[in-house]
Design a protein around this ligand. Structure first.
Ligand SMILES: [Zn+2]
Length: 79
């Protein structure tokens, strides 16, 4: 009789940190996906917030920061 391997894939529950209050979101039903944040190296990460806090999170400033960094690097390389 072949070994029955346990099903995998549904046992891993990723815990998310609320972007607004930095609290751990322990209830998956309470986690609201906001956006995916790109990382310079690696796949990046997903940003979540508590359902009550999702409306309080500021818009993603990351593209502005990246743009500023590009402009600074360009200004420096131009001399
Ligand atoms: Zn929160």
């Amino acid at each position: 009789m072949p070994l029955h391997l346990p099903q995998r894939g549904h046992t891993v529950t990723a815990l998310h940190v609320c972007r607004h209050c930095d609290g751990l979101i322990t209830d998956p039903d309470d986690a609201v996906f906001l956006w995916h944040e790109a990382a310079l190296s690696g796949p990046g990460w997903d940003v979540y917030a508590h359902r009550e806090h999702a409306d309080l999170v500021e818009p993603d400033p990351t593209p502005i920061r990246i743009l500023a960094r590009v402009l600074i690097a360009r200004a420096l390389s131009d001399g």
